[in-house]
Design a protein around this ligand. Structure first.
Ligand code: ATP
Ligand code: MG
Length: 327
């Protein structure tokens, strides 16, 4: 075979940086070299493969559906990368929230048009609300809809792991925001405000918060910066102004609760369930808890060789969730 060690290394590098043009150009170099070395058949086959792949890719709109970006070096210890394929339609969202999120997608998709007139799309979003109401899931769905990778940064972990170096680590993360178009989820965002409220090293927390705000100001609009928090009240007023949009999450209404359960049980027979009878037991549980209860009921049905989730099974699972919720 005509591909040598350098070719292989170049291929891996091109793959790692998701540089398709480079990848194919190295492949063509290998083809050319093979032809020179008398491996004509292989050269032709390889060239045809590259051409077919390129045509397919330009038909599907340039990039492959899943970009192959992975954080490298130090960055990889600060971020976790994911390639979600969920959509907003997979979520149960109240109409106001859904409209806000649709606006984010619309502005991101029409970015070029807005920028031509000197406007920037919404790209700094704060998601605020109780646990299990879909904040992290929203970041994943935005990434899924925009076909971007999702990078998650756990701020509480970052702060406790790096202490005095936190601001420097944040800079690294925001360098990535500028370099790699993606959705960046800063989870446990309250860690920035909470630490202050808890009266720990106030000066240090202030510095970290200030650098975060500075980075946020400079964050380019190609990437989405999403921050999630449970404790709206702990966060600084000054902070709210820095976001382009604040979306508020809340516990599901009775109808939403039923929808969450029904969606999770879409593959099961729930024909006998009187949904009106379920809403009372569903009340007080978060979206996440409802999903868990639905899963528990479904698994119990399956393991007793049924694909029917009846009302009794569902009510029992919801009651158990309530019990662990209050435990
Ligand atoms: N609005 C929703 N619609 C449908 N499913 C949901 C919704 N919210 C949460 N879920 C389910 O609950 C799981 C956990 O939700 P998620 O991690 O998004 O909650 P969160 O708001 O980020 O909570 P936390 O504040 O604890 O980080 C999701 O993976 C999903 O299965
Ligand atoms: Mg979350």
């Amino acid at each position: 075979m005509a591909a040598n060690a350098d070719h292989l290394k170049a291929l891996v590098r091109a793959h790692a940086s998701a540089d398709d043009d480079l990848f194919y150009s190295v492949a063509l170099q290998v083809a050319a070299k093979s032809a020179r070395q008398g491996q004509g058949k292989f050269a032709v086959e390889l060239r045809e493969l590259v051409e077919a792949a390129r045509t397919k890719q330009s038909r599907t709109g340039g990039r492959a559906a899943t970009p192959v970006v992975q954080p490298r070096g130090e960055l990889s210890s600060l971020l976790t990368a994911g390639y979600p394929d969920i959509q907003l339609d997979d979520m149960t969202l109240d109409s106001e929230l859904r409209a806000s999120l649709d606006r984010v997608l619309h502005e991101q998709r029409q970015r070029a048009r807005l920028e031509r007139f000197g406007f920037t799309p919404v790209h700094r979003i704060l998601l605020s609300g109780p646990p299990g109401t879909g904040k992290s899931m929203t970041a994943a769905a935005l990434a899924g809809e925009l076909k971007l990778p999702l990078f998650t940064i756990r701020l509480d972990g970052l702060i406790s792991r790096f202490m005095g170096e936190t601001a420097a680590k944040l800079r690294l993360v925001f360098d990535a925001v500028a370099q790699t178009r993606a959705v960046y989820l800063f989870d446990e965002f309250d860690a920035l405000g909470a630490e202050r409220a808890a009266g720990n090293d106030v000066g240090e927390a202030r510095r970290i918060l200030n650098s975060f705000l500075l980075f946020l100001d400079e964050a380019p609009s190609e990437s989405l910066v999403v921050a999630g928090t449970n404790h709206h009240q702990l966060l600084d007023r000054a902070l709210f102004r820095r976001f382009d949009m604040i979306a508020t999450y809340g516990p599901p209404t009775a109808e939403e609760a039923v929808q969450v359960i029904q969606r999770r049980l879409a593959g099961m027979d729930t024909g006998t369930v009187r949904w009106d009878a379920v809403t009372d037991s569903a009340c007080g549980l978060s979206h996440a808890e409802l999903v868990k209860a639905a899963e528990a009921a479904a698994k119990r049905a399956i393991l007793t060789d049924r694909d029917v989730v009846d009302e009794q099974l569902l009510l029992a699972a919801l009651a158990e969730r309530h019990a662990s919720h209050h435990a």
